[in-house]
Design a protein around this ligand. Structure first.
Ligand code: NAD
Length: 290
């Protein structure tokens, strides 16, 4: 396929390289200079989109996505696919889908989980909103860039799935860190706590697969000085999107709201910025109740 790839940052570039290495014809564009590693880099987003069967975007936020979509949709042919893999607000995803449909282009919102490691290894999970037909058209690309793609329903539902997942992830990580700090204070050693909880009803992905306590469980960012991994700043972004969506939908999400507040504090007024989201354990280790 001829693919236009817009946004060649930490995630976009390795995804584009995987498509190129699988013999797709990729034209990439970014607003900053990119070390291309063999990718064909063009001068503008519209040039990347011209004659493309699929345009993929991997951008920082909904406002930038809207402006890129506005610029490129008019240069795309009918029945081609506009595939946004960024994490953005549900409103922007649905607005861009409407713009695409009006331009006779098939919209898909397909945010990912798996991080930079998954983008490089081609093992991302895609959560996809949009038509079943569009999903089938993009499936060969999902199969190269990822290991799993789930069709979640109409436009915006990919973003909805992503923020629900990450709201669970953020809140679960916080309570996992709290539990380790409580265990410390009760004189329960961390390995014993892990051995019990990882095989009991308190188990979770954050404990079993991504343990925030260094030296416990499988290797995770905590064993690497809390270098991300999945940065606290990105977790805060996703928690904010979840609360924005909850406001819009009038959903009561007290745990999600508390998780957002704690990550905001951690990133903005403590020293969480740039650290993995499991570094939350550091803030609980040293605190008392007040
Ligand atoms: P990044 O900041 O490394 O990359 C974004 C790229 O978009 C940058 O290179 C930037 O120059 C480019 N860009 C900005 N405006 C542009 C424009 N108008 N036209 C073309 N390019 C433009 O971010 P990232 O880590 O690659 O994340 C991309 C998206 O994926 C975000 O929405 C993020 O939330 C999501 N995501 C990231 C991770 C992760 O672990 N990094 C995991 C899952 C999802």
């Amino acid at each position: 396929m001829k693919v236009g790839f817009i946004g060649l940052g930490n995630m976009g570039k390795p995804m584009a390289l995987n498509l190129m290495n699988a013999c797709h014809d990729v034209n990439g564009f970014d607003t900053v200079a990119v070390d291309a590693e063999g990718l064909c880099i063009v001068e503008s987003a519209t040039e990347a989109a011209k004659d493309a069967d699929v345009v993929i975007t991997m951008l920082p936020n909904g406002a930038i996505l809207r402006s890129v979509a506005k610029a490129v949709l008019r240069s795309m042919s009918s029945d081609t696919v506009f595939l946004d893999c960024s994490t953005v607000d549900v409103d922007s995803a649905r607005a861009v889908a409407q713009m695409a449909t009006e331009a006779s282009v098939i919209p898909l919102d397909a945010p990912v989980s798996g991080g930079v490691g998954g983008a490089s290894a081609g093992t991302l999970t895609f959560m996809v909103g949009g038509s079943k037909d569009g999903f089938e058209k993009a499936k060969p690309l999902f199969d190269i860039m990822g290991q799993k793609a789930v069709h979640c329903g109409p436009s915006g539902n990919g973003q909805a799935a992503k923020i629900c997942n990450n709201m669970i992830l953020g809140a679960t990580m916080i309570v996992t860190c709290e539990a380790f700090a409580l265990a410390d204070k009760l004189g329960l050693d961390r390995q014993s706590m892990f051995d019990v909880v990882s095989t009991s009803s308190g188990y979770s992905w954050t404990l079993n697969a991504y343990c925030p306590a260094p030296g416990i469980g499988p290797t995770s960012p905590s064993d690497n000085g809390y270098r991300p991994g999945f940065a606290s700043d990105l977790m805060l972004k996703d928690l904010r999107l979840s609360q924005q969506a909850a406001e819009m939908a009038d959903a009561d999400t007290p745990m999600g709201q508390m998780a957002e507040q704690l990550y905001a504090q951690f990133v903005e007024t403590e020293d969480g910025e740039g650290k993995d989201f499991s570094a939350m354990l550091l803030r609980f280790e040293t605190r008392g109740r007040s």
